[in-house]
Write a new protein. Structure first.
Length: 322
């Protein structure tokens, strides 16, 4: 007997509902805690330079009760990084600093740089996730104020990391000279790209590498939270060979095998996660966008986009624009 159209439709809807519930359960209970490490290799150092291991941390969105996440981040010390790059949105709760301190304590004394995201200033809010399909999210209206001062104090005074919020700094690590410049959160319009030429020039004058005849050429690295096109283009204009960013969560909920559905900024969806080349004005830089480690406490789900930390090995080699 051929089933009636009504019964066939009901069966189809029932199967779809079960599949949807199963996918949500996987994303909420399993995948958002399926922490992974992505490995990349980028040949930007001078010929003969020793490789540098960079640990890229992004979007912790830490809440105090997230002990599994904290322990996993602590375990990343086994990577033995030479440098840590933190691209912001560390806090996910008014009391999130405690969890961040616990998670990052093992990295005390390891050179690091950081920039802030908006969730290092304002707490999360309940939002309709479908609004992201209409473009980047709006400025929070009544979000709680977070303890940014304590967070930055922990980074700078206890870990020894350098802030790159609209400024530039320099380091010498294992014989390689690294120049860093960064922005505060471009998603909230706090990036001051007009300041970059001045702070880069001041940094170079203070470090004095240009006055030396011998020595490796510095490698320029741009760091930002939200990878807006204007920021990436400016970084390339100012000579960046490597750029680090977060913010996108890699789309957070994806169709397997497809680019991110949303990016919460204006970066192309195909470059919302992973290592790629960012081209601008006949120049290019390697761009690493992390899918991040956490989620908002109001949207605790990932699908086809597990949380990640990224280990980027900087090696010697010729830069390619292909």
């Amino acid at each position: 007997m051929t089933p009636s159209p009504v019964r066939a439709t009901a069966t189809t809807l029932g199967v779809a509902a079960i599949a949807g519930a199963a996918a949500f359960a996987w994303g909420a209970l399993v995948e958002r805690n399926r922490f992974t490490i992505r490995h990349e290799t980028v040949p930007v150092l001078d010929p003969g330079a020793r490789p540098l291991t960079v640990l890229h941390l992004a979007d912790l969105h830490m809440a105090p009760w997230q002990h599994r996440k904290q322990e996993w981040v602590r375990s990343l010390a086994l990577v033995e990084p030479d440098l840590i790059v933190n691209t912001g949105d560390n806090l996910g709760h008014p009391d999130g600093v405690e969890g961040v301190v616990r998670a990052l304590q093992p990295f005390s004394g390891i050179p690091g740089v950081f920039v802030n995201g908006s969730n290092d200033y304002f707490g999360p809010q309940l939002k309709n996730p479908f609004r992201y399909f209409g473009g980047p999210s709006a400025k929070p209206e009544s979000a709680s104020i977070l303890d940014t001062e304590r967070l930055e104090g922990f980074f700078e005074q206890q870990l020894g990391w350098l802030s790159l919020n609209n400024t530039a700094r320099a380091m010498d690590i294992r014989g390689s000279r690294l120049e860093f410049f960064g922005t505060n959160d471009a998603h909230r319009g706090w990036d001051r790209l007009d300041r970059l030429p001045g702070v880069i020039e001041e940094m170079r004058e203070n470090v004095g590498w240009q006055d030396e005849i011998a020595g490796p050429e510095p490698v320029a690295i741009g760091v930002t939270h939200a990878p807006y096109r204007r920021v990436l283009d400016s970084f390339v204009n100012y000579g960046a060979e490597m750029i680090f960013a977060g913010h996108t969560h890699g789309g957070q909920v994806r169709i397997p095998g497809q680019p991110a559905l949303v990016t919460n900024c204006d970066i192309p969806r195909a470059q919302a996660q992973g290592l790629s080349l960012w081209h601008h004005a006949r120049r290019a830089a390697y761009l690493n966008v992390s899918a991040g480690i956490g989620t908002s406490i109001y949207a605790p789900v990932r699908f086809a986009c597990p949380p990640e930390a990224v280990v980027v090995t900087l090696t010697a080699g010729d830069f390619s624009y292909s």
